[in-house]
Design a protein around this ligand. Structure first.
Ligand code: ADP
Length: 166
């Protein structure tokens, strides 16, 4: 990065809800970049209606990142590359889990590069203990009364139980 210019990265996602896997990536990105802007997608295209509103998802993320002084949480509803530019971020950071993430990310990377060659995507590999952790999996477990307290922050576990437990 150029001297004197703060390095800024955007970490996008639906975060419905945030998991410890997301937090691992956000924390690791915050060790590398001066400023990390977590972008909460207001209405994800490839998913059904979200369980939590964008404001709720933002609130859970804010709660879980209070100790990371260089991390902020914003909601966005425009193109990711435009959001990154608005934030002054030349870099988008994403987490990569098992093989399944690769194909989707590979395609999105090509599309985003076509749209905005000045915004670079970088990937951080998931930590081994979170490689198979997804928001979808956590919601499924909570629906059937499974214990998700090791997988998500405490307030998220409570909200999941309240909203989903059958
Ligand atoms: P999900 O696929 O769980 O619904 P999002 O759409 O919110 O997640 O994803 C936001 C970003 O976080 C993506 O780059 C995704 O690959 C990454 N991510 C999600 N879960 C994990 C995890 N357990 N470990 C590492 N990265 C993850």
């Amino acid at each position: 990065m150029a001297e004197g210019k703060p390095s800024v990265a955007v970490c996008p996602g639906s975060y419905d809800p945030v998991t410890n896997g997301h937090l691992d990536i956000i924390g690791r990105a915050s060790n590398v970049f001066d400023r990390v802007v977590v972008g909460v997608v207001e209405q994800p295209v490839r998913k059904q209606k979200t369980l939590f509103t964008a404001e709720e998802r933002q609130g859970f993320l804010r709660d879980a990142t209070t100790e990371l002084a260089n991390v902020e949480i914003e909601i966005f509803s425009n193109l990711l590359v435009e959001f990154a530019r608005d934030q002054g971020a030349p870099v988008v950071v994403k987490g990569l889990r098992a093989i399944s993430d690769f194909e989707y990310e590979f395609e999105m990377n090509q599309l985003n590069r076509k749209l905005a060659a000045d915004v670079e995507s970088m990937y951080i590999f998931a930590s081994a203990n979170y490689s198979f952790l997804s928001s979808t999996g956590v919601k499924e477990m909570a629906t059937f009364g499974g214990d998700v307290s090791d997988l998500v922050p405490k307030p998220v576990a409570a909200a999941l139980t309240e909203r989903l437990a059958r």
